[in-house]
Design a protein around this ligand. Structure first.
Ligand code: NAG
Ligand code: NAG
Ligand code: NAG
Ligand code: NAG
Ligand code: NAG
Length: 906
């Protein structure tokens, strides 16, 4: 019997169309990760091609069913207390797995099959002291595992878990560790004696933030070799590390009571690096220094140092990097010893020390210095010869100093300088081009003074990167020179900067990246009737506008032929909030791939905007309220960006959004993720629906406001073709033939107008509704008067000739029937085959130039948005061509009256 269904041959071979949206998981490609990084904070940073983050996971099996099998990174948050065996067996290619699930146990085999996994994290509330039970061979299959992070949960001291030999980074943080030696009980093969391995080399052992860790049982980590050991945020003193029995240690991050204690450890391991930042040292004695000769890197930030002893650098001949930030050094004494000894130091950080004066010879013993950080001090002036010995200095940061005066030619002494920061200083700029003596200077950050002259902004010509901060004021600056041929990156921060730039593409021919921060965009916009972005830069690839809320009209960003990435953030004025449509913000941007909008006042998205962004791949919307997605997007769907993220935003509780739910579920081209957790007024949350869905169900259903607006036949054909190519890839040829036949017969039919129809009514219905057709419809239509109408009905399963081609038969039957009657129910619409039948039926009817009458009978209320091909239906149906089968007996006679009326037999 099955072969007599309407077009069954077409239907069996169809792939089931499922959209790849999952409400709980956010899927992204690695290249887009920075755009949605806040949702991947659970996962270690990664450069994988394809990742997913899932939230509020309570049933892992169920959640993972919706995740594409090809993801290589998976970050899961929620609460799942027990992880069952083979939890991830569907993801054998997984490389990174981050679990914030409040797990209490893994059953054996939970991580089975993850042979490519490199990175595994178990995270839980810091200090929650929740225990996590791992079976002995939990990591047995993880032969590629390089990093294991257990942050938050507490492992049993005698867990005895075997670590895979490939492991290089081990972190046990925020846990219940009290004794570093407990690690040997948790992971016995880490230490000597318990396995065949002689000793294990870890690149990093991170025990930081174990607030209760204060002991180190002597010899407990016998034989372990560690390159970096991190003990920050614990009570374990640096000196205790000496006795753990480590075979090797290169770098130690720890806190310590006194410098002497740390120095003992340095001497014991001949450490290359020591960082005791935030320890309360106060001073460092000669004795301590004497033990530190092996150090290459020394971190002493925030240790309360007030002075350095003479000979500080001489004691550490191998020292290259020295961090003295955040201390109370009033002047540096690094080079006070006049013996002429020089240090090999390359990086020196003296930021945040309250330094007021630098003596002329302050850096005279540091001829190899490449990076000097002096920001956040109290320096007022710099003497001309201060830097004369720094022939190799490349980076100099002087920001956030009250600097007023710089000696003439002060930069001439720095021939290698490439990067200079003068942000937040009071420097009076000289219009003299010689002011920027350094020939190689290419990266400059500068604050422009508010008022005093000059009005000429003279800058080094060979800059590649420039950051300008502008104190408030709206004066015009003329630029010198007239052209910056190499400038690629320009950042302007502050309100009201007016650069006297008539033609930006002439002045900045190479500009690729432009950021306008806290800036009134007005200065870069035309002020006519339409407000358009003026800087037409042919090579600009990236534009970011952040915080420009003064203009009541949006500035249209358009006509930038190379622009690939556009970020518009916080453009909404607090005092005069406005509503904008996407097409008011972005115009023709042929190469744009990434568009991120955040707090712009965006209210509506329609196809019109996307038509001008043909290359768009990712659209990210953050913090927008009451968005309406116009249903024109549905029709435009195949050309929509591949990824649409609507995050921390709300969709308007309006029926205009009702079309969207089925679209989001079925869209195969576009991945749409909407995180909207607001409540529509008066809606109570139903467990499996969000409030918006409930609202739409309650307020925008039943009334089928079908609208007959006949479009051009070309558009109709296009609409017919789209679902065909999407859904019936393998079977479109017979279907097109069918369409063609309908069209031909329709033409013939037009010629012999008065032809006779074989049938009065062709009844299209699904198996689910067969009962109703046989019990209710047949007697009423086929029966004889007065109860019935005496009509000739065509029912596919009854009247089709066995053996005849089904498509032909359907086409013939439709064409030889005066009227086509479609019977619809929610049950039928959930069945993909029935949905397609309706789609095909409407397409067939539309293709015919003189469509026969189409009637719809709804066996239950159905939202128009649930109807496939609604827009096509709308073109076929007139008001009154559809009716709802009433449940109440007394209203049924009304239904039959309607049907008789439509069939012309009152
Ligand atoms: C989780 O979901 C799967 C598949 O949907 C189901 O079979 C299973 O019973 C669910 N488990 C629980 C504990 O609800
Ligand atoms: C200079 O350094 C040497 C060796 O480190 C030391 O002996 C001498 O006392 C220092 N001189 C001064 C003036 O501090
Ligand atoms: C700006 O300069 C470019 C390059 O010199 C030129 O092609 C363009 O016509 C100029 N535009 C205007 C408005 O002057
Ligand atoms: C969504 O909001 C409800 C209350 O309106 C809250 O209970 C729930 O935790 C929120 N969910 C998320 C994922 O933010
Ligand atoms: C029908 O469509 C036309 C044009 O598209 C529109 O102006 C009209 O408001 C629509 N009517 C209904 C009832 O939707």
């Amino acid at each position: 019997m099955g072969r007599y269904w309407l077009l069954p041959g077409l239907l069996f071979s169809l792939p089931l169309v499922t959209g790849w949206t999952t409400s709980k998981c956010l899927v992204t490609e690695g290249s887009q990760l920075p755009l949605v990084s806040r949702y991947f904070s659970l996962c270690p940073k990664s450069k994988l091609p394809f990742l997913a983050a899932c939230f509020s996971v309570s049933n892992l099996t169920q959640t993972l069913e919706a995740v594409p099998r090809t993801v290589e990174g998976l970050c899961l948050g929620g609460s799942v207390s027990t992880m069952l065996p083979d939890a991830f067996s569907a993801f054998p290619g997984l490389k990174i797995l981050g679990l914030t699930l409040h797990l209490s146990r893994l059953l054996p085999g939970a991580l089975r099959g993850l042979r490519q996994l490199r990175d595994l994290s178990f995270l839980d509330t810091p200090g929650g002291k929740k225990s996590l039970f791992l079976p002995l061979d939990a990591f047995g299959d993880l032969i590629s595992l390089q990093r294991l992070q257990i942050s938050g949960p507490c492992l049993d001291k005698k867990a005895g878990v075997h670590l895979p030999p490939s492991l290089q980074w081990l972190s046990v943080q925020f846990s219940c560790l009290q004794d570093a030696g407990e690690l040997a009980g948790m992971f016995p093969n880490l230490v000597q004696g318990s396995s065949s391995r002689a000793s294990w080399t870890l690149k990093m052992l991170d025990l930081s933030q174990n607030w209760g860790l204060k002991m180190a049982s002597p010899g407990s980590l016998q034989g372990l070799q560690v390159e970096i050991l991190d003990l920050r945020g614990t009570q374990l003193d640096a000196v205790a590390v000496k006795d753990l029995g480590l075979l090797k240690l290169d770098v130690l991050y720890a806190e310590t009571a006194t410098a002497e204690l740390a120095a003992e450890t340095v001497a014991h391991f001949e450490l290359q690096g020591l960082n005791v930042g935030r320890s309360k040292l106060g001073s460092i004695s000669q004795e301590a220094l004497a033990s530190c000769h092996s150090l290459n890197t020394l971190g002493l930030s925030g240790t309360g140092l007030t002075k350095l002893l003479p000979g500080f650098l001489a004691a550490m001949p191998r020292l290259r990097r020295l961090d003295l930030a955040g201390n109370q050094l009033k002047s540096t004494m690094l080079c006070m010893n006049e013996t002429g000894d020089v240090s090999g130091l390359t990086t020196l950080d003296l930021s945040g020390n309250g330094l007021r004066v630098l003596p002329p010879a302050a850096f005279s013993c540091l001829p190899h210095l490449r990076e000097l950080l002096l920001q956040d001090n109290q320096l007022l002036s710099l003497e001309g010869d201060l830097f004369q010995d720094l022939q190799q200095l490349e980076t100099l940061k002087l920001g956030r100093n009250p600097l007023l005066n710089l000696g003439k030619n002060w930069l001439a002494a720095l021939p290698a300088l490439t990067t200079l920061s003068l942000l937040d200083t009071q420097i009076v700029l000289s219009p003299d081009p010689g002011f920027w003596g350094a020939k190689n200077l290419h990266t400059l950050s500068l604050r422009l003074p508010a008022h005093p002259a000059p009005a000429v902004l003279s800058l080094p010509m060979y800059l590649t990167s420039l950051e300008l901060h502008v104190a408030s004021g709206t004066r015009h600056w003329a630029l010198f020179p007239n052209i910056f041929p190499f400038l690629e990156t320009l950042t302007i921060k502050g309100t009201g900067l007016k650069l006297g730039v008539q033609n930006a593409s002439e002045v900045f021919p190479a500009l690729q990246k432009l950021s306008l921060l806290q800036n009134s965009l007005d200065a870069f916009c035309s002020q006519g009737t339409s407000s358009i972005f003026l800087w037409q830069l042919p090579k600009l690839q990236s534009l970011k506008v952040w915080g420009a809320g003064s203009n009541s009209r949006p500035c249209l960003i358009t006509g930038l032929p190379s622009l690939q990435e556009l970020k518009l953030e916080s453009l909404q004025s607090i005092t005069q909030p406005r509503s904008v449509q996407l097409e008011e913000l972005v115009g023709d941007l042929p190469q744009l791939q990434v568009l991120q909008l955040s707090s712009t006042g965006l209210k509506s998205l329609s196809a019109a905007a996307f038509q001008r962004l043909p290359s768009l791949q990712v659209l990210v919307i953050y913090s927008e309220e009451d968005l309406v997605l116009q249903d024109s997007l549905g029709e435009y769907s195949p050309q929509m960006p591949r990824y649409i993220y609507i995050l921390q935003s709300t969709l308007a509780c309006q029926c205009d959004n009702a079309w969207m739910e089925p679209w989001v579920k079925q869209s195969t081209k576009t991945y749409i993720h909407i995180r909207d957790n607001h409540s529509c007024p008066g809606e109570v949350r139903v467990s499996h629906r969000d409030s918006l869905t409930s609202f739409l169900w309650d307020h925008c259903p039943q009334t089928l406001e079908l609208n007959l607006s006949l479009a051009s036949s070309a558009l109709v054909l296009l609409l017919i073709a789209l679902p065909l190519f999407q859904e019936a890839r393998n079977t479109w040829i017979p279907y097109l033939q069918a369409l063609f036949r309908v069209w031909l017969q329709g033409l013939r039919g037009q010629r012999n107008e008065g032809r006779r129809f074989l049938f009065d009514v062709f009844v299209s219905h699904c198996r689910q509704d067969q009962g109703w057709v046989i019990e209710e419809l047949l007697p009423a239509l086929e029966g004889f008067l007065p109860a019935g109408l005496g009509l000739r009905l065509c029912l596919p399963e009854r009247d089709f000739e066995p053996g005849k081609d089904v498509v032909d038969t359907v086409v013939d039957s439709i064409v030889s029937s005066r009227t086509t009657l479609c019977v619809l129910s929610g049950q039928a619409l959930c069945n993909p085959r029935c949905r397609l039948e309706l789609r095909l039926a409407t397409s067939l009817l539309l293709a015919s130039p003189s469509p026969p009458m189409l009637l719809l009978v709804f066996l239950e209320p159905i939202s128009r948005h649930q109807l496939p091909g609604y827009h096509r239906l709308a073109r076929l149906l007139r008001r009154g061509d559809y009716c709802l089968w009433p449940e109440e007996e007394e209203r049924k006679s009304g239904f039959w009256t309607w049907l008789r009326g439509r069939l012309g037999r009152p």
